[in-house]
Design a protein around this ligand. Sequence first.
Ligand SMILES: Cc1cc2nc3c(=O)[nH]c(=O)nc-3n(C[C@H](O)[C@H](O)[C@H](O)COP(=O)(O)OP(=O)(O)OC[C@H]3O[C@@H](n4cnc5c(N)ncnc54)[C@H](O)[C@@H]3O)c2cc1C
Length: 315
Amino acid sequence: MSRTLVFVETQDGKIKKASREALALALSGPVPVAVVTFAEDGADLAAGLSGVPTLFHVTGAGDIYQPDIHAATLENLIRENGIKTVVAAHSARSRDLFPRVAARVKAGLVTDCVAVNLEEMCAVKPVYSGKLLARIKVNAGVNLFTLRPNVFPAEIPEGKGIPEVVAVSAADVPARCRVVEVAAGAAGRVDLTEAAVIVSGGRGIKNKENFALLQELADVLNAGVGASRAAVDAEFAEYNMQVGQTGKVVNPKLYVACGISGAIQHFVGMKTSKVIVAINKDPEAPIFKKADYGIVGDLFEIVPLLKAELEKALN
Ligand SMILES: Cc1cc2nc3c(=O)[nH]c(=O)nc-3n(C[C@H](O)[C@H](O)[C@H](O)COP(=O)(O)OP(=O)(O)OC[C@H]3O[C@@H](n4cnc5c(N)ncnc54)[C@H](O)[C@@H]3O)c2cc1C
């Protein structure tokens, strides 16, 4: 019988929230689900995979993502198990991996989906910087979907039995490139693509040191810290913090833009935030046309006040 394969990514031994969203979607679909993990301690995930009959635990690939080896291993899994559908979070990893896998198995691939119907093999994804929603039906023998984080529910039904763990050897293929080291970015304690709250800074922050102000507010809210491209280009912030057309697309419940004018290229990266709060000293700043709440004022006065009030309220 056909199965839907879910490629999951982990952090600190747990399935990342965006991968849980992919899993929850697969579990609501028409066929049984199998999960694949490349994490070295991946067999330990079984206890949390209620309702999943099979966990493929890939061994021998190492904990670092190796494009050719991961792609060839997934190709083998798909071919040997008659898998017709694969889903994953739309992450930096799947953006690299899934096109490789699609090319190998001649699959249909729809990335960054905001809706997926697994019975009809139909998905919806934003195109032209979010100006349009494209409805795409795929009918290749194998179809792959990556899901925009924070759009799909992540709830997995409990008490439905844990999976059989099947050890799978990583594909033994010559690697045309090999990742030798992954260095964690200095900035950003919370993964922006999964964050429920983001505090972002723009050119108005004025220098790198002032980002500490935003980090303090973010700590109170358990938020991630983002940045505009102007702030990144000026080296106030790391590139992995950039939100927008040439940075990350984020989808938090709350986005607090501090000293950001609201250029379209920034807006497309955060416009699906549920609530947008803007702090800007220019009352004519375009961001105020897009924000749900606007505070006209100097961010160096407003942010500490906001932090103090939130601390009181949340304690
Ligand atoms: C092809 C292309 C791709 C791009 N991709 C991206 C992208 O991915 N992400 C992105 O962000 N941009 C991107 N840009 C750049 C974008 O067009 C803007 O230039 C950029 O977003 C501006 O950043 P900013 O709002 O921080 O700076 P500015 O536009 O300079 O705005 C700074 C704001 O800070 C306010 N301010 C200043 N001091 C204070 C203070 N003390 N208190 C409160 N407010 C204050 C000012 O009033 C102003 O509104 C791209 C551009 C191009 C052409």
